[in-house]
Design a protein around this ligand. Sequence first.
Ligand code: GRF
Length: 220
Amino acid sequence: MTGMPMPVAVVISGRGSNMEAIARASLSAGSPFRIVRVIADRESAGGIARAAALGIPTSVVPVKQFPDRASFDAALAAEIEASGARLVVLAGFMRILSAEFVQRFEGRLLNIHPSLLPLYKGLDTHARALAAGDSHHGASVHYVTAELDGGPVIMQGRLRIRPGDTPDSVSARVHTLEHIIYPHVCTLIASGRVEWRDGSVLFDGAPLAAPLIEESDAAA
Ligand code: GRF
């Protein structure tokens, strides 16, 4: 590999705090990746202004203007391809992508999910972890496959649930961990240490038997 940073597109629906954490990492000296575009599916996504403030090109592919999922996904894919991105990072993107889209970007499409996958796929993960009485909770960065929240996990941020925790208090600590692990995974991929190979993850050239773990009890 030469020294050219890997071009990354980040796709968001909301406030974009993960996008910003990844962007800040990409702007640090020697980062092996750079964000070439932040794309939102709605004008109201707060992350668009955050990205623009960091000098990153942005665009909106307004989901409401498309009659069906296939046409939206095709427009999103075209926008990503036009950016030149080699890695596509979903960061709080609130839509389910079609199998065609996932296949097109297979092996270069990442997502972050706020649970210790395979636990709690889908929504309301913090409340579900608390209701189950779990001792730990966290977030997972995974390659996206056709199975919702089901692709191979690369890294997890893990924290201990505290007495008196609420969905909001846990969510805040999970976000703090997300802001560590998502830029970390982008760096590992862009530097070639993590690779997708035929549906599974290689780490330093060997199959990753279990997700890499970032443990934190200190997350505020
Ligand atoms: C994060 O909690 C992430 O796990 C989930 O959506 C949230 C996005 O937050 N997929 P933000 O927009 O990055 O602040």
